[in-house]
Design a protein around this ligand. Structure first.
Ligand SMILES: [Zn+2]
Length: 118
């Protein structure tokens, strides 16, 4: 029970929201284009079975992995400046609700991003 603590700081939550918005405009678009290209290419490989397509597929898949790794090093917790996810996360850093290192909330735990009155 000693680790069940989380710190609420509106500045950290606001800064995280800015980082995620910046990421969505930049790397997020590249990531989306790569995902669509990989899926389309996979369909083409099944239809035409050409070895050139397989090579292109592996390059695009590698680029997709690189964007995931870049996410890990660019989306950092505003409080402790470390990646807010563990080494084997279930989702991306963008999906994190709190930082696993300093236990600061990255998204408001309350409805609509407003602090609840106690
Ligand atoms: Zn942190």
């Amino acid at each position: 029970m000693a680790n069940n603590r989380a710190t609420y700081n509106q500045k950290v939550i606001d800064e995280w929201a800015k980082q995620v918005a910046r990421r969505s405009r930049g790397l997020g678009r590249v990531h989306l284009v790569l995902v669509i290209a990989v899926v389309l290419l996979l369909a083409l490989i099944f239809m035409f079975t050409r070895p050139e397509l397989v090579v292109v597929f592996f390059f695009l898949a590698a680029a997709l992995v690189v964007t995931q790794v870049l996410d890990r090093f660019t989306l950092l917790c505003p409080n402790c400046k470390r990646s807010p996810i563990s080494w084997f996360p279930r989702g991306t850093a963008e999906d994190a609700d709190f930082c696993v290192h300093c236990f600061y909330w990255l998204k408001s735990p309350y409805a609509n991003g407003k602090q609840a009155k106690v």
